[in-house]
Design a protein around this ligand. Structure first.
Ligand SMILES: CC(=O)N[C@H](C=O)[C@@H](O)[C@H](O)[C@H](O)COP(=O)(O)O
Length: 224
């Protein structure tokens, strides 16, 4: 099957929360253009405004829409309305939480079906376990990604490094592309993901979050 995300590719996640000095579509567009020029094959971005801005790269855009609700821990594109807003902004691929946690929005299978059949876009399923990945594949996701490993009770405690074991397990058990995402903080780890069977790898913090990169240097240099 031909997919928009190329095999062996590096996807760069360009996100900055409101409390980050780099928050805003202008900064995210510049970040995405820099990532493209450096060799990224696709961009992951949060919210319709940033999605629209990073379309300037001409690369496939994986859109997410983080919507927080006290009634549920699920915040990555939790509703059909959130997916529609991303589609309206030009997202080529829509990522959503496909964990088995309690939801206050729409069921994952309904969002997947809507994205594929009504919006005509690819679906990127963010999961935390093998079981969730297998379920997402059977619901019709185009890709399954390890994004939420370490961030759910089912996958706790969060390890220091990425979940290479989950990539290997998912790759052995499902026949849709498996994307590595979450804590791929060195080129060596990104390469290890591909060697473990990943179709592509997403890197966020270590490429696009200078505040976190500085903190990691400061911890080592200053010891705090
Ligand atoms: C758990 C969650 O909400 N992850 C988010 C999903 O979009 C982002 O905050 C991460 O930065 C992204 O997944 C890339 O991962 P890393 O920044 O570790 O390379």
């Amino acid at each position: 099957m031909t997919t928009l995300i190329e095999k062996g590719g590096l996807i760069v996640s360009c996100q900055a929360r409101e409390d980050n000095p780099l928050h805003g579509p202008m900064f995210m567009a510049a970040m995405a253009l820099a990532a493209r020029d450096g060799g990224a094959c696709a961009i992951r971005a949060n919210g319709p405004e940033d999605v629209k801005a990073v379309k300037a790269t001409g690369l496939p855009v994986i859109g997410i829409h983080k919507v927080f609700d006290e009634a549920s821990p699920v915040y990555i594109t939790p509703t059909i309305a959130a997916a529609e807003a991303l589609s309206g902004a030009g997202a080529d691929i829509i990522a959503l939480d496909c964990t088995m946690r309690q939801r206050s929005g729409d069921p994952a299978d309904a969002i997947i079906q809507h994205v594929r059949d009504t919006l005509g876009l690819e679906v990127f399923a963010d999961v935390s376990t093998l079981e969730e990945g297998m379920a997402a594949a059977s619901m019709g996701a185009t890709y399954v990604a390890t994004t939420l490993s370490g961030y759910t009770d089912a996958s706790a405690p969060k390890p220091e490094g990425p979940d290479l074991a989950l990539i290997a397990e998912l790759s052995a058990r499902i026949d849709i592309p498996v994307v590595a995402e979450g804590r791929f903080n060195t080129p060596e780890l990104a390469r290890a993901a591909i060697d473990a069977g990943a179709h592509a790898v997403v890197v966020g913090t270590m490429i696009t979050n200078p505040r976190e990169i500085t903190r990691s240097f400061a911890r080592r240099v200053l010891g705090h």
